[in-house]
Write a protein that binds this ligand. Structure first.
Ligand code: ARG
Ligand code: ZN
Length: 855
């Protein structure tokens, strides 16, 4: 059933303290809890619980029987409770059979198991009955007890006691106390046998903090990158936001079975191994960089999420949007800020724009949901971050800092809303409150415009208008406040003659620039100043001019992307021939390669087939789009055919170094290798083998392997076999091995079936499922066939019961079936309709309703 934002009500009871006692046994766990509750408003006590076996409830020393409470739909309602209550609740749970990876669950198999929790958003109710909502904050004490073959017993806060269990010499226990008030979704515990890497950090306030990263012993040598990133993030938050860490201990635990990336549990983060482990031999640069960003993200949540949390799950973007903005800013300080912005905008355009254009479009702050897990989306996270960025840019650094200081001052220790956030940020400028509409309205605004130049008056007039599609089920869209960063370039000198931030906040507006001596070239939406589609009345020559004269790397990339889109989406009314683009690239690339290799690599980006598809509202033909995309790629490769060898040789392999420059060289070398193979440059197949054989790190080795596989080189299979043998013991590398085959250009459903049948495939490990099924979905020409779709929907069926969070996320990839050209559209409709008959989880059903509702 649907939950609505407008129906929010305060909880009738607050929880002051919770004592949890979790005893783990061979095939179940016993959970006893003692809650001290105090009445806030009228009403019954409402506890949530799922998949629990209730053994007893005692209220103020009196055992309750079924006449005192009602249990229905995962809710336990206790009638006529007095104003102060001590509740003792005993339940039994089965972590050993919990495949949904929510609540307390077992990861691993055989002798190699561990127990961890995932409580956000509503997993705590799978551990015990509790008012499991983010606006109920309490002080937690946790006792864990287990067999000694699990020596690692961790929970939030400080360790206060540990020892042997009386009368059970094979068992031990630990008691942890968290001094901070927190909602239940931030609870965590770990029962495992892990090694630990330790370090320490002294905060700006003089607190000595013990830092610990826990992992399996075989992985403990891959924890240094994460540890360093943690210390960097701690310093960064002190310098940039004045926020210091508040406990004596910060723990990170790596687990191989996890639905998402990581989780910011208070003082005890739990991480997908893929998002914390990193070593040069096993981890690509891109992965390693994202490890650092995710470590920082979870750390930053300590203030934006934990100390100030969300009133209800509709406010998810309050913590996620702000925290993503913070981690993006952190990352921008660790590499070139232009490249960081390119990566963030590329992700937004590829995934969030697609989501906003399809049937799953929703506001950054949704107004209703059936299953909140379905709303951990790129709209909430990445578009949410873009809104914070627009606010930060509008205010400027000093006033933004004043606003965030005020936010932390006012709301520390509370569960708040997006309105509260905006009200704190608007203390220096009340216009900021107008940004609320960005949180309420779905759909990507399209900004179009044109210019007129009056040579007599020496004025340039820019007319801009904005339009947002009307998404079914929402109010007619209103104009939003859109900051459009603008510069005028003198055509002769290439210099900037005027620079202004235009605020477009009506449907149509004109902006006049005075004293403009000759008609300039206008650069708009610089640094991607707002998350909108730009449709400006450019000539190809203007774009080529901007590619040459724009002053920062991001804007140059943005211009190339505009050119590429105009070439590839001609059927959509755009209008460019490739010549201008190819010529501009040929001139720019060789210079840039020596100067900023990472940027040079990005300049060769051609949007993925999925991203291009998201700009096609109907009659999308995946084969045609692939042909056009591959065709342009081939033209680029051919255009620079004579230069690839020089470029490749000018980027020699060196001993491994983790610097921005070294990463740039490795990235560009991989791109150049692929281009050379595409252009059939003589000897390029040997470069690939040499690069693999002499690789100093995974970026080089995997780049070579991928090129060999994608170009179907005769030796590709031998190298795949070698790669498998070399890294057989390392799950994360074997994920790469699966994904390079599943995402190969010539993949077929038969290949996917054989990968699924491989002994190393495991339905219970989301990373492995994603490495095959997720990777496969990057090939639309195979996915959108009868066999491809059958296979894909069969996977969703199979996972629907075992892991509905994962199943629903996989389903969301099919959202744009409705834009396909016939007969694919009809075929997709049949398979999705058939899927609906075969699934039962509310996660998948809610997504399916939206996806099918598009018909
Ligand atoms: N709060 C986590 C993060 O952004 C994500 C956890 C989401 N988990 C889930 N089951 N939906 O870092
Ligand atoms: Zn987050």
């Amino acid at each position: 059933s649907k939950i609505n934002l407008k129906d929010y009500q305060k909880p009738s009871f607050d929880v002051e303290t919770v004592h949890l006692d979790i005893k783990l046994f061979e095939d179940y766990a016993q959970v006893n809890s003692t809650l001290k509750m105090v009445r806030q408003t009228t009403g019954d006590i409402v506890l949530f619980g799922e998949s629990l076996e209730l053994l007893s409830i005692i209220m103020n020393d009196k055992a309750l029987t079924s006449e005192h409470y009602q249990q229905e739909d995962g809710k336990l309602t206790i009638y006529e409770a007095p104003d102060e209550v001590i509740l003792d609740i005993q339940v039994r749970i089965s972590p050993q059979t919990n495949t949904a990876l929510e609540g307390l669950y077992m990861a691993g198999s055989g002798d190699d198991t561990m127990f961890v929790t995932q409580c956000e958003p509503e997993g705590f109710r799978k551990i015990t009955f509790y008012p499991d909502r983010p606006d109920v904050l309490a002080i937690f004490t946790t006792r864990l007890e287990a067999d000694k073959r699990y020596p690692t017993l961790l929970a939030n806060g400080n360790l206060v006691e540990a020892g042997e269990v009386a009368d059970a010499p094979e068992r031990h226990y630990a008691i942890w106390q968290d001094p901070t008030n927190k909602p239940s979704y931030l609870f965590a515990c770990v029962i495992a046998d892990l090694d630990v890497l330790t370090d320490s950090y002294t905060t700006s306030e003089g607190r000595d903090v013990l830092l610990e990263v826990y992992a399996k012993s075989a992985d403990i040598d891959k924890c240094d990158v994460g540890m360093q990133a943690l210390k960097d993030a701690m310093r960064w938050d002190e310098v940039n936001y004045g926020r210091a860490y508040d406990l004596d201990r910060y723990m990170i635990v790596a687990v191989s079975q996890f639905n998402m990336g990581a989780m910011e549990n208070k003082g005890l983060n739990i991480f997908n191994t893929a998002c914390v482990l990193s070593s040069p031999e096993t981890t690509t640069d891109a992965r390693s960089f994202s490890v650092k960003a995710i470590i920082a993200h979870e750390y930053f949540h300590n203030w934006t999420g934990n100390r100030i949390t969300c009133r209800d799950w509709f406010q998810l973007c309050l913590k996620e949007g702000f925290t993503v903005y913070r981690d993006q800013s952190f990352s921008a300080d660790q590499q070139s800020s232009a490249v960081q912005r390119i990566d963030d905008v590329a992700t937004l355009r590829a995934h969030q724009f697609a989501e906003d254009a399809g049937p799953l479009a929703h506001p950054v702050r949704p107004e209703s949901f059936v299953e909140i897990n379905n709303f951990y989306t790129t709209t909430v996270y990445e578009k949410g971050a873009e809104i914070v960025r627009m606010i930060a840019n509008t205010l400027g650094p000093d006033d933004f800092r004043k606003g965030t200081d005020e936010y932390f001052r006012r709301y520390d220790g509370q569960a708040v809303t997006v309105e509260d956030f905006l009200s704190a940020l608007s203390i220096t400028d009340d216009k900021i409150e107008d940004f609320i509409d960005w949180y309420r309205q779905p759909g990507t605004p399209v900004v179009s415009g044109s210019q007129t130049y009056d040579s007599a008056a020496q004025t340039l007039t820019i007319t801009l208008n904005q339009q947002t599609r009307h998404v079914k089920g929402f109010d007619a869209p209103k104009p939003l406040p859109i900051p459009v960063a603008t510069a005028l370039f003198d055509k002769d000198s290439g210099a900037i003659v005027a620079e202004r931030m235009l605020l477009l906040d009506e449907a149509t507006q004109t902006f006049v620039f005075e004293n403009v001596a000759s008609e300039p070239v206008v650069s708009l939406l610089r640094d991607f100043s707002a998350p909108v589609q730009l449709n400006y009345d450019y000539q190809d020559a203007d774009l080529a001019f901007l590619l040459k004269h724009e002053t920062n790397g991001f804007n140059r990339w943005q211009v190339t992307q505009m050119l590429v889109n105009r070439i590839l989406l001609q059927s959509q009314g755009a209008k460019s021939s490739p010549e201008v683009y190819l010529e501009a690239l040929a001139q720019t690339l060789p210079v840039l390669a020596a100067d900023d290799a990472m940027l040079a690599a990005r300049l060769l980006d051609i949007p993925s087939a999925q991203e291009l598809a998201s700009a096609i509202p109907q009659d999308y033909d995946p084969v045609l789009v692939k042909e056009q995309r591959d065709g342009l790629y081939q033209q680029v490769a051919d255009k620079l055919k004579d230069q690839w060898a020089t470029l490749y040789n000018d980027l020699p392999m060196q001993s491994y170094e983790d610097s921005a420059q070294a990463r740039g060289i490795r990235a560009l070398r991989n791109v150049v290798l692929d281009m050379a193979l595409t252009a059939n440059v003589e000897g390029a197949a040997d470069w690939a083998q040499q690069q693999y054989d002499h690789a100093s790190c995974m970026t080089e080795r995997f780049g070579a392997l991928k090129a060999m596989v994608n170009h179907q080189l005769p030796k590709a299979n031998d190298y795949l076999t070698d790669f498998y043998k070399r890294f057989q013991a390392n799950d994360l590398v074997i994920d790469l091995w699966f994904s390079v085959q599943a995402a190969a250009d010539d993949v077929t459903p038969v290949v996917i079936k054989s990968l699924i049948a491989h002994t190393d495939f495991d339905w219970n490990t989301p990373n492995r499922v994603r490495s095959v099924i997720g990777a496969f979905s990057s090939q639309p020409t195979v996915l959108w066939t009868a066999e491809g779709l059958k296979m894909y929907t069969d996977v969703i069926k199979k996972l629907d019961d075992a892991n509905p969070v994962l199943a629903s996320r996989l389903l969301q990839v099919l959202a744009r079936w409705n834009t396909l050209a016939e007969p694919r559209r009809q075929m997709a409709h049949e398979q999705l309709t058939d899927l609906r008959k075969n699934v039962a989880s509310k996660h998948v059903l809610e997504s399916l309703e939206s996806v099918l509702g598009a018909a």
